[in-house]
Design a protein. Structure first.
Length: 297
């Protein structure tokens, strides 16, 4: 039995596996890995989040908005699902006035409402509780595609300079700080101080803002800088782990940054070979940080 199969076997259940597909490349990687293993995943496409819904056209699928959470459980039961993987970004928060109400959702409303007030991680925990209360076991994407998890150490030909290490330390501290507040997972540091933090716009928006900042103010003329993505300190590991891919590297280079640092073992590097190759091509570094590692050591 392979490592992936062994991990998945630990999540008891002999039924079908569903993949809730948000934005980004992770849902595709998870669904295709399941398909290659001989499973027939049931894909729940989150409308307005998945970049290309046709990516899943050869798989059994359904398209739901975030307000149609009440239709999710009946669809999963009809498809014979007993395990579910949440993969990808869901940036839009549900409008409570437009939710499709069903008995399970009404019963879970206090928890869902409290989750909305607590932030992204609080809402995800409430959704997980709703699913598992109704017999659907939530499985982490890392249990299906463990080989996509970032290893520790420098992964590229280029490595961080002494100044880059100071930037990594500053951005890492800032990323963990906003993570504790359940705001975001990423920060950019330039010149030894954090200059931009991730919010609802995501990492792409963060890097676009960084590029804009280069042309004015205190950042005008400053070189290099680092993007750091860290898992939120209290984050539910089964959902929303940080992720980077080739597009992240291109955007980081366009923002004038020297490299990217991520949590080793707690972050995904999607399209690993392509991501590292693109970084090598553009002269950027990628480094996997051990949990709790002091980047200045």
């Amino acid at each position: 039995m392979s490592r992936t199969e062994s991990k998945l076997a630990q999540a008891e259940g002999g039924g079908r596996i569903a993949v809730i597909a948000g934005g980004g490349a992770l849902p595709v990687a998870v669904a295709r890995t399941l398909q290659q293993r001989g499973d027939a995943p049931f894909v729940v496409i989150v409308s307005e989040e998945t970049e290309d819904e046709d990516t899943f056209r050869d798989l059994d699928r359904i398209i739901l908005s975030v307000e149609q959470i009440g239709l999710l459980l009946p669809a999963l039961r009809k498809a014979g699902v007993d395990r579910l993987i949440m993969a990808g970004n869901v940036t839009r928060r549900p409008n409570l006035r437009r939710i499709k109400w069903t008995v399970p959702v009404v019963l879970a409303l206090p928890r869902l409402a409290a989750g909305l007030l607590r932030g992204d991680d609080g809402l995800l925990r409430a959704v997980i509780e709703l699913l598992e209360t109704n017999g659907i076991r939530v499985v982490g994407p890392h249990e299906i595609v463990p080989d996509l998890l970032a290893p520790a150490g420098i992964l590229t030909r280029a490595g961080p300079t002494a100044q880059d290490k100071r930037d990594i330390a500053a951005a890492s501290e800032a990323a963990l700080a906003i993570g504790r507040l359940d705001i975001g997972q990423a920060a950019v540091a330039i010149g030894g101080r954090a200059v931009a933090l991730e919010d609802i716009e995501g990492t792409d928006g963060l890097l676009r803002r960084t590029a804009d900042l280069r042309s004015h103010g205190r950042l005008a003329g400053k070189k290099r800088g680092v993007l750091v993505k860290r898992r939120k300190p209290l984050q539910e590991k089964r959902v929303d782990l940080p992720a980077i891919g080739p597009d992240t590297i291109v955007a980081a280079q366009a923002a004038g940054l020297a490299g990217v640092a991520v949590d080793a073992g707690n972050s995904f590097i999607l399209d690993f070979d392509s991501t590292v190759a693109r970084a090598d091509e553009l002269g950027l570094f990628i480094i996997g940080l051990e949990p709790g590692e002091d980047a200045q050591r």
